[in-house]
Design a protein around this ligand. Structure first.
Ligand SMILES: *Cc1c(COP(=O)(O)O)cnc(C)c1O
Length: 344
């Protein structure tokens, strides 16, 4: 078998939730959009439900339906994108709770599913989703009369705790919601770390659960082991891979491993990422190909069958930094070809 293996430590995931829960005032939900940040929403969801999560968030209704099928009727499943045209039957059949983003969505929801649960998403300054203060003032009394389950908003700069945008959004959220008898939610992972002013009644961590920054105290959840398909000796002056991008300066041993940019290992990781075997750090050389990566294993001095790209030696965020991106993007790009092993 030549597919790489992604090992997902579900105990670490449950621990990360428990740690964030211990830091949160009020209820700690879990965000499992994008197939549980690439790790598999059904497995991730089941373990989190067992750990005590009662409320889940997904991005779109279809993700909510899949999660409902995996988790059964008990948990609340909230949908960030709200109630879109075509969502009605999914929302009804899977008992989803749309986070209503506009007057249009509000009308669609109460007309199509009168009496069905919903929450409200307000824009406190990010200008991405949710009602702006003026739209909210116009709709507010009508919306509140229908008993929303939650009022939420999202922070644009929570990964930079000192950014003035955080306090500005906090003030705006408070202005729009103070004195209302509805549970409130503002904080994702970064917001939890900023302290209880940001916590309100419910927090919504995502990336921290999966071991990503800004939750520095997170336990690593994923490791990725990539099999070596072939290795060869390369003489001084010989080249490796597309465009002859690497030239041997010493007699070298080159391993070709079975994963590439089609598996989410974008070409830019070649700017410094390493693989590990026997506690030796081994550089990627040449261009990352679609299905293959070449690695300089000259210093390995041992026979191994696979090399480790992600794990305690190189985190998702470190790999992301080599590629000039963020851990979120590496996680959610993790390949469909990998076999996934869940450790519990
Ligand atoms: C993705 C998302 C979250 C989770 O954010 P993390 O930074 O991954 O913790 C929470 N709320 C909203 C609205 C989101 O889009």
């Amino acid at each position: 078998m030549s597919t790489a293996n992604l090992t997902i430590d579900l105990n670490a995931l449950a621990d990360n939730w428990a740690k964030l829960n211990a830091m949160s005032e009020g209820e700690t939900a879990a965000v499992v959009k994008a197939n549980g940040y690439g790790l598999g929403a059904p497995s991730v969801g089941r373990v989190l439900a067992k750990a005590g999560v009662r409320t889940f968030f997904v991005a779109v209704a279809e993700e909510g339906a899949a999660l409902r099928a995996a988790l059964g009727p008990a948990p609340t499943i909230n949908v960030f994108s709200g109630h879109m045209h075509g969502d009605t039957s999914i929302i009804r059949d899977a008992a989803l709770v749309p986070m209503i983003n506009s007057v249009d969505q509000m009308l669609r929801h109460v007309e199509a599913l009168p009496g069905a649960a919903f929450g409200l998403q307000l824009d406190s300054g990010m200008n991405r989703l949710g009602m702006e203060p003026a739209e909210w003032s116009a709709l507010r009394d009508i919306a509140l009369a229908q008993n929303p389950t939650l009022i939420m908003s999202h922070l644009a700069c929570a990964d930079e705790p000192d950014h003035p945008m955080n306090a500005q959004q906090l003030r705006s959220f408070i202005e729009m919601t103070d004195g209302l008898d509805v549970p409130r939610s503002l904080a994702a992972t970064g917001g939890i770390l900023m302290g209880e002013d940001y916590h309100f009644d419910m927090t919504r961590p995502g990336v921290g659960l999966y071991g990503g920054m800004p939750f520095g105290a997170a336990k690593p959840v994923v490791s990725l082991d990539v099999p070596i398909i072939q290795s060869r000796d390369v003489a001084v002056g010989e080249t490796v891979g597309y465009a002859n991008a690497w030239i041997a300066k010493r007699p070298s041993v080159v391993a070709t491993i079975s994963a590439g940019y089609a598996d989410g290992l974008i070409r830019a990781i070649g700017n410094g990422a390493t693989l590990v075997a026997n506690a030796k750090s081994l550089p990627i050389i040449g261009r990352v190909s679609m299905d293959l990566i070449t690695v300089d294993i000259t210093d390995l001095g041992a026979n191994v069958t696979s090399l480790r790209l992600l794990g305690s030696d190189q985190s998702v965020d470190e790999l992301a930094a080599y590629a000039g991106t963020i851990g979120y993007e590496i996680l959610t790009s993790l390949g469909n070809r990998y076999s996934r092993t869940y450790v519990e």
